[in-house]
Ligand binder design. Structure first.
Ligand code: ZN
Length: 852
């Protein structure tokens, strides 16, 4: 008996304790919901969003709607409970998420329930996407969906969601607890409020026509980064920190500013932007002021922990004072070995540490980190938990020589910027990172420009081995935060590395290869062809951009082998044969997708097909605009217009699918002098005309009319005298940028002392042979913002009000109505009242014909 009673007692004890352990449970059975999502009684927005996300994905997976209820409304139920976020029930089970590390979460089956809960701190009342909200519970849901139920989020928007179909969902037993390795994991998004304003100024009709698309895509991108667990355990502010100092302190404390060669302290040249003024890093007064300002801020906010001391941007005007120079370390025979010892495996030390034309060594890291060290020691005395924030960037990007860096300095590493990259350059970057580590730097945050500088624009591209491989080196080296500038939304052409790097942010040990395989495997039966397709582009780009002679080609398209030059020469790098080979791979992927009957997979392949076609068309447009056409030649669209029209339509389709950031695609091209000629497609978008000819870009004349005398002086009747500053060629784009923002206009304001253009006069001479002009040709003026008058030769042909200017109709003037004789050159003159800001003539006028 004793034995038996003892057994029962033991069995009971076992059951009780087992209940506390993990057990399996069913959420959906044969397409019916057999569970309920239970939140606390007052879920914060990020918890509510987490519940909705779980419900959404389970519905797409099974068809069943699992209800969401607050715990007070639960009542009696046989359903399995999914306890989502902190609640009274969770507390009763002994789970307290506020005790977890920031942003950490648990995914656990326990007592017949599934717990999905995490640390949800910060300004929790703010909306779920806010960067001030920590959302452990949300990540718990994502973790379950991704790691247990096989969901993948390959890119922003529905087409990137991979949700395996099944009728029954069982989980567990599970007992998972995770916390982020980095306190900030961040992609800056190209789609954001400021860019929306700028794009609207350039393409008002285009933006108006797209309604909510911008906002929708903005939300899609936020959601995507959140699903991949981007976020902040801790927010810290940084950036060039003395941008307002010159105006504020130059008169009172000149000694904190850099000494220039002539002995004055302050700006490098009188017209230099004061935001670029350099400081004197040997100045004790500068240290005093920074400490003082830090303490004042900390008094306001006891959580203030970061003293931003990053030098201003720009690479001119570094301090020439004797005290600063004494801190510099010049490259000598004696210290070469010592420098090599830092970690440099094969670097050209002359280039890294040698002398520059300003008489200072290239690397000014020693003077700057002497300053940061001094500041860090002072800071430690008054705020032991605080950090000095510094950059490893520009002239102070290479590790200092024979110097240890204080542990309370957070160093922002700006580098690893351009891919594909040669072996030597790549090694230099890695060596430099290791050299910083050897200098004692404990806290490195990574702020690369690679997303901006590397991807081909509108053309298929991939790079896993290098860009993600290097990122793994940095992760292994213990970086504490990231800030990738800028995610451009090149989904249809270059999604894999964005996905792979995002995945590696949380699962820091999975490695690039595994994450890349995961991306490809999400294409199911087409996986191997998709991998072949992206491998093809990776190898091709690597070969082409590291081939001998590539720099010479790039320099034919600009003054340095940078991003712009890579984009403008893309047709020289990718050939028709390359596209033909890649097309075969994509066709096989398409066949596999069609055979599977999986509509979501077919849609994903469709996105890649559109990206492929965009690539072909972009290369054609690039060949025409960057080689055949030139800014000093008129552009004839016969033959070329169908390419631009189709390119526009392909992007329209990508926009409808909400996968690529089509706004970024267009606005960047315009910023780079319309390198593919696509702006004409906007001008003619949905209009019953097609372009025939646009006059040479730099035959346009612009003249301000600040005293309103143009009409009295009949400027329309002659060739307008443009002020010297506005003589062609204008830097940047002539149109779409907003006149007051352009350098020549700012220079004109400086030269003339005038503050306003008042009237803007635009003039161009058309020179069109009669045999090239259709009989029904018109002068086509796509955009005028502001009230305007238009003359052809001496004849006033149109007058438009301010309202008409922004209306949907382009101004069209039949050539015969204007009195133009076929084959004779004619002068078009347009006066726009107050062409300030984004107003004025914001697109070029051209000759057009009614569309077929
Ligand atoms: Zn100095």
């Amino acid at each position: 008996m004793m034995h038996r009673r003892w057994s029962v007692a033991l069995a009971l004890a076992l059951i009780v304790s087992l209940a506390g352990f993990a057990s399996a449970l069913t959420l959906v059975k044969d397409g019916k919901a057999v569970s309920v999502i239970v939140t606390g009684n007052n879920p914060v927005p990020s918890q509510q969003k987490a519940a909705e996300e779980l419900q959404y994905h389970l519905k797409r997976m099974t068809g069943a709607v699992v209800p969401i209820v607050a715990e007070k409304d639960l009542g009696e139920t046989d359903a399995a409970l999914v306890l989502l976020g902190q609640s009274d029930k969770l507390s009763a089970m002994g789970v307290d998420t506020t005790k977890l590390a920031k942003e950490a979460y648990i995914v656990k089956t326990m007592d017949g329930a599934l717990i999905l809960a995490g640390e949800d701190g910060g300004n929790t009342s703010e909306e779920w996407a806010s960067s001030r909200v920590r959302s452990g519970t949300y990540y718990a849901v994502c973790d379950l969906l991704q790691d247990q139920l096989g969901v993948r989020w390959l890119w922003p928007g529905k087409t990137g969601e991979v949700i395996p179909k099944r009728s029954t969902v069982e989980v567990g037993p599970l007992d998972i607890q995770e916390a982020p390795k980095m306190f900030q994991r961040h992609y800056r998004l190209g789609i954001k409020d400021r860019n929306r304003v700028e794009t609207t100024a350039k393409f008002p009709r285009y933006m108006a026509d797209r309604g909510d698309l911008y906002s929708t895509m903005q939300e899609n991108e936020s959601l995507w980064t959140k699903r991949l667990k981007q976020g902040y355990s801790l927010k810290f502010a940084y950036g060039h920190s003395y941008t307002a100092w010159y105006n504020r302190y130059h008169d009172t404390v000149p000694e904190v500013f850099a000494m220039q060669k002539d002995g004055h302290r302050g700006l490098y040249t009188p017209t230099e932007n004061p935001q670029l003024v350099k400081m004197c890093p040997s100045s004790d007064k500068l240290v005093d002021m920074l400490i003082e300002q830090f303490l004042a801020a900390r008094k306001e906010n006891p959580d203030h922990r970061f003293l931003n001391a990053i030098e201003n941007d720009g690479n001119n005007g570094f301090c020439q004072c004797e005290a600063c120079k004494a801190l510099d370390v010049n490259l000598t025979e004696e210290n070469r070995a010592q420098i090599r010892d830092l970690a440099w495996s094969g670097a050209d030390l002359e280039a890294v540490y040698g002398a520059k034309s300003d008489g200072l060594p290239y690397s000014l890291s020693n003077r700057y980190f002497h300053f940061y060290n001094k500041l860090a020691r002072r800071l430690r005395e008054v705020a032991p938990d605080a950090f000095v924030v510094a950059y490893a960037y520009d002239r102070y990007k290479y590790a200092p020589i024979n110097m240890q860096v204080e542990p309370n300095i957070l160093v922002g590493l700006i580098g690893f910027n351009m891919y594909p990259v040669s072996k030597e350059e790549r090694q230099l970057q890695i060596d430099n990172f290791l050299a910083w580590k050897k200098s004692g730097v404990k806290q490195v945050f990574f702020r690369p420009n690679s997303f901006c500088f590397s991807w081909a624009h509108g053309v298929p591209w991939n790079n896993i081995d290098q860009i993600a491989g290097d990122f793994q080196v940095l992760l292994d080296g213990g970086i504490v935060a990231t800030d990738f500038d800028t995610y451009p939304g090149y989904t249809s052409t270059g999604a894999p590395p964005f996905y792979v790097i995002a995945r590696m942010h949380w699962d820091t040990e999975m490695g690039p290869e595994k994450a890349y395989t995961e991306f490809c495997d999400a294409f199911g039966p087409a996986a191997s062809e998709i991998k072949r397709y992206f491998d093809f582009w990776e190898n091709l780009m690597l070969d082409r951009y590291t081939a001998p002679g590539v720099e010479e080609i790039l320099l034919q398209y600009g003054n340095r082998p940078g991003r712009r030059e890579r984009w403008k020469s893309i047709h020289r790098m990718v050939t028709r044969q390359d596209f033909a080979r890649a097309a075969q791979m994509l066709q096989k992927a398409r066949a596999a997708a069609d055979a599977s009957g999986d509509a979501d997979l077919q849609e994903r392949i469709r996105v890649l097909e559109l990206g492929f076609r965009m690539g072909e068309l972009t290369c054609k447009a690039s060949a025409f605009n960057n080689d055949d056409a030139a800014s000093d030649k008129d552009t004839w669209y016969s033959g070329h217009w169908p390419v631009l029209k189709e390119l526009f339509e392909v992007r329209e389709e990508l926009g409808r699918l909400q996968c690529d950031d089509i706004f970024w695609l267009f606005s960047y091209e315009v910023e780079y002098a319309d390198m593919y000629g696509t702006r004409i497609a906007h001008d003619f978008y949905k209009r019953p005309f097609a372009p025939v000819m646009a006059p040479a870009h730099d035959s346009w004349i612009f003249a301000p009319d600040p005293d309103d005398q143009g009409e009295a002086q009949e400027w329309f009747a002659k060739e307008i005298e443009a002020p010297v500053a506005l003589k062609k060629p204008l830097s940047g784009d002539f149109f779409y940028t907003g006149w007051t923002g352009t350098l020549p206009v700012r220079q004109w304001m400086v030269d003339s002392g005038k503050k306003k253009v008042v009237n803007g006069w635009y003039q161009v001479v058309f020179n069109a042979p009669a045999d090239k002009l259709p009989a029904d040709a018109v002068i086509f003026v796509p955009y005028i913002q502001g009230a305007a008058k238009i003359w052809v030769n001496d004849k006033l042909v149109r007058e438009t009000t301010e309202e008409q200017g922004v209306a949907d109709e382009a101004v069209t003037i039949p050539l015969n109505e204007a009195g133009v004789k076929a084959g004779e050159p004619f002068r078009l003159t347009i006066k726009v009242v107050e062409p300030e800001g984004s107003a004025g003539l914001i697109g070029p006028a051209c000759i057009a014909e009614p569309a077929a």
